[in-house]
Structure formats: C-alpha cells, structure tokens
Design a protein. Structure first.
Length: 224
C-alpha cells in the first residue's frame, strides 16, 4: 500500500469518526433533556428545582444527607428513566469526546478532549450506581460539572491562541470560554442551588457540545 492510499484511508477513517462523534454529540442534550423531563413527569412527588438534586430521581436515601426535607421524587419508573439517561448520555458523550480528540492536534485541545471524555465516563458511572449508594454515585455524579467546564476552558484557550487573527475562530473560542465559566459558576452553587444550579451547568455544557458537534460535522464534510 503506497503513501497516497494510506493517507486517503486515514482521511476516510477520520471523516467517519467525526461524523459519528458529531451525531452522537447532538443527541446528548436530546437524550438528557427528554429523559429528565420524563423522569420528572412520572415522579411520585413534586420535584423541586431548589430542594431536590437531579440525582434524587435515580433513587433517594436520607442516610447520606443532613437535610431530610427534600420531596420524595423517586420511584421504580423514575429510577429506570433517570439512570438510563445518565448511562446513554455518558456513552454518547464518550463517542463525542473521541471525535473532539482527533479533530485538532493542539496539546491543550486534546487535553480538553480527555477531560470531556472523563466527564462523560463519570456520568455513565453515576447512572450505573444510583444516589442511594452514596459516594460511589456522588463523586462521579459531581465530576462532569467540573470536568466538562475544565475541558471547555482548555479548548477555548487553545482556539484563542490559534485564531488570534481569525474572527470566526475567536468567536468560537470566546463562546467556549464564556460557557465554561458560567458552567463552573453553576457547579460552585450545587450545595445551595441544587437542581437549578445543576441545570445551569448542564445547559452550558450541552450548548457547547452541540456547537462543537456541528463544527465536527462541518470539518467531516470538508474531508475527501
């Protein structure tokens, strides 16, 4: 196999991965959003954005908390829906992160992709082990809202450094950094804001994922 053939096959392989990763990334907010709404819809209680955490929908046990006043919002149906959303959303996020890694070769960009992959993997683990299991859920449950914003800041910084004289690149870099900062701000309020703070972080993360998924699909379309 000559060099030209090898390069062509490598390009086609990258195109397939970017296309799959971009499609999976677009599905992340769809899956997480729809399944969250379904879990709340079939919750046996009145889910409170300021008293409950989203993970209460995966199962509740007060032995791990000092505050036992949170509405009981978990049932077998909500547990299945909510845990499935974590697992499926995490798997889709991992595939998205693989595409993110190969889309650019800047070290900071690739490090950011690794953080995003770790965040998506943690989300999957949080779905496998529900909230009543304690730390084995809470550590990976909180990790995504810290790891994804870190990824966003790293990738935004890489794009900012590379695109100093390109308006389009600067716009995406600025958007990425801004979304990352807001997501981190939401994460810093988790104890007090609970589900409302979680939602703030996740909306920022999901907007960023969609933007970069579309970007990957555009890059894939330009590959021969």
């Amino acid at each position: 196999m000559d060099v030209a053939t090898t390069k062509s096959e490598s390009t086609r392989s990258k195109k397939r991965i970017l296309t799959l990763a971009g499609a999976c990334g677009i599905l992340v907010p769809v899956v997480l959003g729809i399944m969250l709404l379904l879990a709340i819809r079939y919750s046996p209680g009145n889910f409170s954005w300021t008293q409950n955490w989203m993970c209460d929908l995966t199962g509740m046990s007060y032995m791990y908390f000092w505050d036992v006043s949170r509405p009981l919002v978990s049932s077998s149906v909500t547990e299945i829906i909510s845990r499935s959303s974590y697992i499926v959303g995490g798997i889709l996020g991992i595939i998205f992160s693989i595409g993110l890694y190969i889309d650019e070769d800047a070290p900071s960009h690739r490090l950011g992709a690794v953080f995003a992959m770790l965040g998506a993997g943690a989300l999957t683990v949080a779905g496998i082990f529900p909230a009543p299991m304690g730390l084995i859920h809470w550590v990976p449950g909180v990790a995504p809202v810290l790891l994804f914003p870190t990824a966003m800041l790293l990738i935004g910084g890489a794009l900012l450094d590379r695109s100093r004289n390109q308006l389009g690149g600067l716009s995406i870099a600025g958007l990425t950094i801004a979304l990352g900062i807001i997501a981190l701000a939401g994460a810093s309020l988790l104890i007090y804001g609970r589900a409302a703070a979680e939602l703030t972080s996740w909306v920022m993360i999901e907007v960023w994922i969609v933007v970069f998924s579309v970007r990957m699909l555009i890059h894939a379309s330009h590959l021969a």
